[in-house]
Design a protein around this ligand. Structure first.
Ligand code: G3P
Ligand code: CA
Length: 255
């Protein structure tokens, strides 16, 4: 990579999600401590219009409660133990259960986010788009260009652009979704980039990277946990990759 080319950023997927329960403040803190350049998180809208940072649309997999996030108030969501079901590799039990971890709100994450660390917000619910745009407005992470709002749902990112054209948006592609037509769509609709599953970049991502350059778009990808693949993708000039192991990524990239 030439010196004047931007470096590939390491994005901690749901925080350092191998080390701590995904999408919790502890996972985000550990992600930053491991040297991630940015944090990725998922948002849903609660029944009382708040932004809950959680991957699934229900509480069952990651907490000790059940119920649909959209049917619960944020106070009700906050009663759940967000450390209840996570087993760290090598542990025999639930090391984080009862330790006080809660489902964070997006404002809580924004209030904590250290200077210089980027944020990738994945809209899991189209209904959350308006509240996300309002919540990130005027936050330093928006002002310094380190924020991206991404979604598998085109309508969700279209809504973000409708509300605020300054917010960078990215189109997430499901595995096996062709990348080039998505690049064309993102270009036509003014989205900053596309985020395919890393396998869809193929063994040689350079032709797609060249296409992206022609279109003036960025390519990021998810989820990359193998050091050799991280090195290869960085050498090809991807904007960034999402990883469960930001510590491994920093080491692999020699930073
Ligand atoms: O950053 C993209 C990635 O997070 C998408 O997959 O299921 O982990 O939200 P998922
Ligand atoms: Ca995500």
């Amino acid at each position: 990579m030439r010196k004047d080319e931007p470096m590939t950023i390491v994005v901690a997927h749901r925080g350092a999600s191998r080390q701590a329960p995904e999408n919790t403040m502890e996972a985000f803190r550990l992600g930053v401590e491991a040297g991630a350049d940015a944090i990725e998180l998922d948002v849903h809208l609660t029944a009382d219009g708040q932004l809950a940072v959680i991957h699934d649309d229900s509480l069952g997999r990651t907490t000790d409660r059940t119920g649909s996030v959209a049917d619960l108030t944020m106070d009700e969501v906050r009663q759940a133990d967000a450390g209840a079901t996570f087993v760290r590799s090598g542990d025999s039990g639930y090391a984080f259960a009862g330790s006080g971890l809660r489902v964070p709100t997006l404002p809580e994450v924004l209030a904590w986010l250290p200077d210089g660390i980027g944020l990738v917000i994945e809209l899991k619910a189209r209904a959350a788009a308006d509240a996300v745009v309002e919540t990130v407005a005027d936050h330093p992470v928006s002002r310094d260009g380190r924020l991206a709002v991404i979604s598998f749902d085109e309508h969700a990112i279209e809504r973000v652009r409708e509300l605020n054209r300054e917010v960078k948006t990215g189109y997430l592609l499901v595995p096996s979704q062709p990348v080039e037509p998505a690049l064309v769509w993102a270009t036509e609709h003014g989205h900053t980039g596309v985020f395919p599953w890393e396998g869809d970049l193929g063994l040689d991502p350079l032709p797609l990277m060249a296409q992206a350059r022609i279109y003036g778009r960025e390519i990021g990808c998810y989820v990359v946990n193998e050091p050799e693949r991280m090195q290869h993708l960085a050498a090809c000039g991807v904007w960034g990759f999402v990883t469960d192991v930001p510590d491994v990524a920093r080491q692999a990239l020699g930073r």
